[in-house]
Design a protein around this ligand. Structure first.
Ligand code: SAH
Ligand code: SF4
Length: 431
């Protein structure tokens, strides 16, 4: 999501004559786009600001902090001696004005942090910063209305709003025309995407319909999406996925915990039985679907029994892979205001390590199931480990490494999986 936002920012600033440079030393303007989801993400930004301060000591350069952290701690960031401006995620259109004001008077620090009910940057065609020219992101909505008790997102990204579907289709089409072969539709909860035509309120587009519209852009343009929410994921989305072969057979469905008590306390609005029912439905409608998840270890008051419930759910579902975190208290969230962050750090770390270890074994097992099977892979580039090998992804988002002389990034290849690790499929080319 932040990559996409940075691309929007670049697009806005390019019109002002700015362009990207490779080296910090060459920049006239340094912008850092920030994330507040966990404390360590913010710690890294403070480290960077200290580095920028060194840069400012020996030359004239402007520094701006953008994104969620800008929204969250505003004034504290502005007080840092390296920082000239602080701009929240809904104020990027103001950047040219803010930069111009700073160019006229560098001492006049600037801040713009209003959150919007309507801003989706729908009309801004982002300038792509990715290197491969094959896969790209498209933001389909902004903000979140869910208020999971541990989460800072609704506070720093504001209310949920869905972007005009026609601008989404237009963006996908222009990416395809520029040679891209995959678009990844992004939202905090894509299942609650709902666009109502302002000119005709009876006309609306939901996420299942949007998926179809994007899938129809071109049969060889793959469509991915994330993140799905277990309480909202509809069968209609699954049927759209089953109907269009270019919609990837991968669902990222964060469970967070296997304990009903924790899920309630997290305000996730589903229990483990409902979650498992959704998994069964996915596997019934899309038998070869890859399912991935997010898990938080050590949320407030989590007991050993709660932790074991997570372990059991993982064994039961057998996720293809997972992002796993230890709980990090975020200031002013409901959890920070009402619950005690009482699981000792060693316990959180130990539980997280157990979860990671188990998932790694399950990922290996899931990948072993792919051995002997044939997949169509979209090639993204050359393998980092061996420049004679290419890498790409299956429809289920599994990374596949293989040798294919004459093939290049953006090509599709049929491969047969010969072996695997927990993270990679190793394959040979069929055609
Ligand atoms: N909207 C998505 C996820 C957004 S944040 C969803 O609801 O699934 C990505 C992940 O970060 C979350 O799924 C959660 O696992 C993790 N996360 C969010 N807040 C966190 C916190 N305070 N501590 C640790 N992990 C957190
Ligand atoms: Fe955060 Fe929950 Fe919204 Fe995801 S759905 S962004 S976890 S509040």
């Amino acid at each position: 999501m932040n990559v996409y936002d940075s691309e929007v920012v670049l697009s806005i600033l390019k019109k002002e004559g700015y362009d990207l440079c490779e080296r910090l030393e060459d920049a006239d303007l340094i912008l850092v786009n920030t994330c507040s989801i966990r404390e360590n993400a913010e710690q890294r930004v403070w480290g960077r600001l200290d580095r920028f301060l060194q840069e400012k000591k020996h030359r004239k350069v402007l520094v701006g902090v953008l994104g969620c952290m800008a929204e969250r701690i505003k004034q504290d960031l502005l007080s840092h001696p390296a920082v000239d401006m602080v701009v929240g995620p809904d104020s990027y259109r103001e950047l040219p004005t803010l930069v111009r004001a700073l160019s006229e008077d560098a001492h006049n620090k600037q801040m713009e942090i209003a959150l919007s009910m309507t801003e989706t940057y729908a009309d801004i065609e982002p300038v792509r910063m990715d290197k491969n020219g094959v896969t790209s992101f498209i933001s389909i909505m902004r903000g979140c209305n869910n208020m999971c008790t541990y989460c800072i997102v609704p506070y720093v990204r504001g209310r949920e709003r869905s972007r005009d579907p026609y601008t989404i289709v237009q963006e996908a089409t222009s990416l395809y025309n520029a040679g891209y072969k995959e678009v990844n539709l992004l939202g905090q909860n894509v299942d609650s995407y709902l666009w109502k035509d302002p000119a005709n309120p009876t006309k609306s587009v939901n996420f299942a319909q949007l998926l179809e519209l994007v899938a129809l852009v071109a049969p060889d343009l793959r469509v991915r999406f994330s993140t799905s929410h277990p309480k909202d994921m509809s069968n209609a989305v699954l049927y759209s996925m089953a109907m269009y072969p270019n919609i990837c057979t991968h669902i990222h469905l964060p469970v967070q915990s296997g304990s009903d008590r924790m899920l309630e306390k997290m305000n996730r609005k589903y229990d483990s039985a409902t979650y498992l029912e959704r998994i069964d439905k996915i596997r019934e409608i899309i038998p070869d679907a890859a399912i991935t998840t997010d898990i938080i270890a050590g949320f407030c008051s989590e007991t050993e029994e709660d932790h074991q419930a997570t372990i059991e759910l993982m064994k039961n579902v057998k996720f293809d892979s997972a992002f796993m975190f230890q709980y990090s208290q975020r200031p002013n969230t409901k959890a920070a205001r009402h619950f005690e962050d009482d699981v000792p750090l060693e316990t959180k770390t130990r539980r997280l390590n157990e979860i990671i270890e188990l998932q790694s074994a399950i990922s290996l097992e899931r990948n072993k199931d792919c051995i002997g099977k044939i997949y169509e892979v979209l090639i993204e580039g050359t393998s980092k480990r061996d420049s004679d090998q290419l890498f790409g992804r299956t429809l289920g988002n599994k990374v596949c490494v293989f040798s294919a002389p004459g093939y290049k990034a953006g090509d599709y290849a049929k491969v047969k999986v010969e072996s695997c690790t927990s993270a990679t499929l190793i394959a040979t080319l069929i055609e």
